[in-house]
Design a protein around this ligand. Structure first.
Ligand SMILES: Nc1ncnc2c1ncn2[C@@H]1O[C@H](COP(=O)(O)OP(=O)(O)OP(=O)(O)O)[C@@H](O)[C@H]1O
Ligand SMILES: [Mg+2]
Length: 272
């Protein structure tokens, strides 16, 4: 596989939080290559370091968190490769949304409550791609339709939307500028099961229609089973297993992965 096929290559990543009980290693010695065009799942129980990995890559890690080692080489199309852990200022601002976008955990509350949805699209698009100003009236309804929402949603305020609709709006904003890579942290958590299915389908459609690479973080192995091509399993900050999702389900290499798979509730199987 050539460099061109790898959109993000993480090597030796170490992230810690210094607490009054000493340093907590949240991510340690993590190596992971994300292939261009794939849907990669990141699995692992609560506290295994999944969100820490995402915020470190997005450069949104706040103190007491600190990246202490590693690199994350990002290769957006048409631009030179950059180490996400080193880019600063304007270079980082330019990459955000247009090359790399992020749906944070608990993101439904991140929409601005006093701004209409259409204006929130407009803000992101104009800030990062001002040349698209004249296309907005066509682009916003098209993006909404892409996630199964009516054009009228653009005139609404966040409080007029259900949780699932808000999540779909955020997903559409994430792909608005056709980034190379979207990282979505727990995109279906806190939504009920039928809405979860709609969101997962929208993610698959977006990945296919926009040709983006998608990294989906979820503690729910059922989500990975339905959505991803490959899955990476984290345990206590380390990557314990990466592979084709069907292969991992069929023959987990790690005892912890087996336990995670066992924890998926199945229809017709009584919870004990
Ligand atoms: N601000 C912080 N200060 C200290 N420790 C933290 C902080 N944020 C996270 N941690 C610790 O880092 C580890 C990883 O947390 P992280 O939120 O990345 O896990 P996660 O896999 O995303 O969990 P979840 O599935 O609950 O979202 C945990 O042990 C957590 O307690
Ligand atoms: Mg998390």
């Amino acid at each position: 596989m050539s460099d061109d096929d790898i959109v993000l290559e993480i090597s030796g990543l170490e992230v810690g939080y210094s607490t009054n009980r000493g340093e907590v290693k949240a991510v340690s010695g993590l190596d992971l290559a994300v292939r261009r065009g794939e849907i990669l799942g990141i699995a692992g129980e609560s506290g295994s370091g999944k969100s820490t990995l995402a915020v470190a890559l997005l450069r949104l890690l706040k103190p007491p968190g600190k990246v202490t080692a590693g690199s994350a080489i990002f290769r957006p199309r048409g631009r030179s490769p950059v180490d996400l852990l080193k880019v600063e200022g304007e270079e980082l601002r330019v990459l955000r949304w247009s090359a790399l976008s992020y749906l944070p955990q608990g993101s439904m509350s991140s929409l601005n409550p006093v701004m209409r949805i259409g204006d929130q699209f407009r803000d992101v698009i104009l800030e990062h791609a001002p040349d698209r100003k004249n296309t907005l009236s066509e682009l916003i309804p098209r993006l909404l339709a892409q996630v199964g929402l009516e054009p009228d949603v653009a005139r609404m305020y966040p409080h007029e939307l259900s949780g699932g609709m808000k999540q779909r709006v955020l997903m559409a904003i994430c792909v608005a500028l056709e980034p190379d890579l979207v990282i979505a942290d727990e995109p279906t958590t806190a939504l009920d099961v039928t809405i979860q299915r709609v969101i997962l389908q929208s993610l698959v459609d977006l990945q296919r229609d926009f040709g983006v690479t998608l990294v989906v973080i979820s503690h729910d192995m059922g989500v990975h089973a339905q959505l991803v091509d490959r899955v990476a399993v984290m345990y206590e900050g380390k990557l314990v297993e990466v592979g084709d999702v069907r292969q991992v389900y069929k023959q987990p290499q790690h005892e912890y992965t087996r336990q995670l798979i066992e924890s998926i509730p199945r229809l017709g199987r009584r919870a004990s």
